[in-house]
Design a protein around this ligand. Structure first.
Ligand code: FES
Length: 194
């Protein structure tokens, strides 16, 4: 029990540091659970497992995988429907310019029709884009339909991490290998194509 507590403490410390590096407050990641790889597996870049069933609709959380933030978003039906609104503004809506692992499976860009799993690192110079799901005028876009805004140099991404035209970021946010087994999401392994 003592050993388990120690492991958990180490994991939490590791997560806190990773989140601190990315510039997003730890409070933005309330539902990180079940990530408990061995120290050896962690050093090798182990996969991350978490139960996403407790995420609320519209919520975004962040986990660390290979010391990098990964964003997970649970979409509302409305936000998936509104993806069409941003299409004309996108530089690469079909992810033709990057290696997109689950291309064409779901509008979410993931293996799930409800969750998006994307790297939380701006493809310009590596800042962490901020989640702004509200559909309302923003200082950076008067017809903002929800998505991610990078405060460093103003890059914009839609709700599934696709980059806008005319911003510094050159490509969409990459999708890491992942799979779902029920409500358990594994990041870092493909689990075979489904
Ligand atoms: S690092 Fe994101 S816009 Fe430059």
């Amino acid at each position: 029990m003592q050993e388990k507590d120690n492991t958990r403490r180490k994991v939490l410390i590791g997560l806190t540091s990773a989140v601190g590096l990315s510039g997003i407050p730890f409070a933005a990641t309330p539902f990180i659970a079940a990530w408990n790889p061995s120290a050896k597996a962690k050093a090798a870049g182990a996969s991350v497992k978490l139960d996403v069933s407790k995420m609320q609709y519209g919520q975004q959380i962040q986990v660390a995988w290979r010391k990098q933030p990964v964003f997970i978003i649970r979409h509302t039906k409305e936000s998936l429907q509104s993806l069409e609104l941003t299409l004309p503004k996108l530089a690469d809506p079909d992810s033709n310019q990057i290696d997109e692992p689950y291309k064409g499976i779901n509008p979410t860009r993931s293996k799930s029709a409800e969750y998006t799993v994307i790297a939380g690192v701006c493809t310009h110079l590596g800042c962490s884009p901020k989640y702004h799901p509200e559909v309302e005028p923003k200082p950076w876009d008067a017809s903002w339909a929800g998505g991610f805004f990078c405060p460093c140099h103003g890059s914009m991404f839609d709700m599934v991490g696709r980059v806008y035209k005319g911003v510094p970021a050159p490509t969409n946010l990459p999708v890491p290998p992942h799979f779902f087994k029920g409500s358990i999401l594994t990041i870092g392994e493909d689990g075979g194509m489904t």
